[in-house]
Write a protein that binds this ligand. Sequence first.
Ligand SMILES: Nc1nc2c(ncn2[C@@H]2O[C@H](COP(=O)(O)OP(=O)(O)OP(=O)(O)O)[C@@H](O)[C@H]2O)c(=O)[nH]1
Length: 606
Amino acid sequence: MATMESLIGLINKIQRACTVLGDHGGEGMSLWEALPSVAVVGGQSSGKSSVLESVVGRDFLPRGSGIVTRRPLVLQLHKLDDGKAEYAEFLHAPKKKFTDFAAVRKEISDETDRITGKTKQISNVPIHLSIYSPNVVNLTLVDLPGLTKVAVEGQSESIVEDIENMVRSYVEKPNCIVLAISPANQDIATSDAIKLAREVDPTGERTFGVLTKLDLMDKGTNALDVLEGRAYRLQHPWVGIVNRSQADINKNVDMIVARRKEREYFETSPEYGHLASKMGAEYLAKLLSKHLETVIRQRIPSIIALINKTIDELNAELDRIGRPIAADGGAQLYMILELCRAFDRVFKEHLDGGRPGGDRIYGVFDHQLPAALKKLPLDRHLSMKNVQKVVTEADGYQPHLIAPEQGYRRLIDGSISYFKGPAEASVDAVHFILKELVRKSISETEELKRFPTLQNDIATAANDALERFREESRKTVLRLVEMESSYLTVEFFRKIHAEPEKNVNQSSSNTDYHLRRIGSNVNAYIGMVCDTLKNSIPKAVVYCQVREAKRSLLNHFYTQVGRREKERLSAMLDEDPQLMEKRNQIAKRLELYKSARDEIDSVAWK
Ligand SMILES: Nc1nc2c(ncn2[C@@H]2O[C@H](COP(=O)(O)OP(=O)(O)OP(=O)(O)O)[C@@H](O)[C@H]2O)c(=O)[nH]1
């Protein structure tokens, strides 16, 4: 079983962690809200500070007329073993131990001014104070500015509402235990504390009614109606308190003495004697601790759940922005290669389908190439006039006798050379598609997002490789074209020779007929070559560029990287400084939450 001290001590730790993380219990479900705390609420001069000091057993709160508490004071009480010296510590000055409580009071007031200035303004940023003492029980208390009914000189009209809203923002949280302070010398029906408590906690299950100034009631009257729960019913018993009077304070009456006097007051009181064991500041402190223990016990599962949820969220966030980079050269090399492979996977998905873009390569073969082939100026090249010119020039001084062998060859060579253009254009078109897919793949590779330098390196390496593939592909397709002119398909001409002539207008003159026939034969042969190239150019392009891109886009890069010095590897994994800062922040939070969880676990299972 966990002891009450360790439980509340643990909660104190977590609450302090929350403030370190900038979690003041603002918007949304924060860890702060999951933890119980005690807020002291009451009208101005109701005796709020006095009750708080009584519970703590020390004088340390700033005093003065008008609005003194202008920022929430989160007060954590830590019980020390008897005989140990007590001291106080502020979260904003963690290394400074205060043993003089007058200095604590001054620090609270200076720290208030630090945020609000020496005005009468209020701020909802809490001051965090821890008090370590043998004379306290473990407890976290929040002292809030006193509720007021009118703005005084130097305050804005909205101050009444501002204070009420701030106080409400604390007490409306379901985990806040409300210490509602009302003075006994005022009608309970007019109590600001009870009014607000009733509003935020209608069933009264988390409100503790505290009645101060019992000693100041008119002679002949008593507060039994309130203390015995008849005037205003709460689920917890009312606690009556007798604090030090202003005269006591002026005479510097010691706290311990004040407690003793309070005890004597109840023990000897004719009206309250029967309630003596359930009255006074000390009893109030014990009552609160006991209640907190119950509440915390109930809360442990949901606190652990909330911490786990936050840890999951922080882990997911870290995964999203990427884990820290290892300092070791081997690990860095491994990481670079992993990142390259991630890019390579995306790139292949683009080519093989799954991601768009690869289909555009087929578009080049299916559409662009045939269209370009169709547009070749073969008609002009094989016009009667040009056929005559080429054939005559090829014949030289001796006209051909049977068939113009040289003329045919030159006409065919000339025609075939036109195919170089579309062949090279296909190579270039596929090259640009591949380049675009590299660019796209880099930007789509989630893992690479945080490494702008490596993105650049991969882009350069991939584009260099694509450039080499293009050159290889260009050579290959030109070779295909040249192969067509280097050896002609002889069967084609033998067949033509055997076939009866058709398609040629035989009515024209003999010479015209002869030239047209040459033209149409060459045209038919080129048509056959065209069909062959239409099929073989795509094969060459895919073989040299697409297949290579899939197989070895980054191979060259891998060899280069493998030889690199550690310094250069680190440089390749350069990140955006803002991102690195963000990661550090998340990692820090994660550590805090994890240690909070470990501590809760260790206490919960003790
Ligand atoms: N006789 C007597 N005086 C009390 C008691 N409680 C408070 N006082 C006096 O009432 C005055 C106001 O008490 P505080 O404790 O400062 O009240 P507060 O609610 O903190 O007031 P603000 O800080 O101004 O909001 C002081 O002079 C106290 O000495 C009490 O139980 N009996």
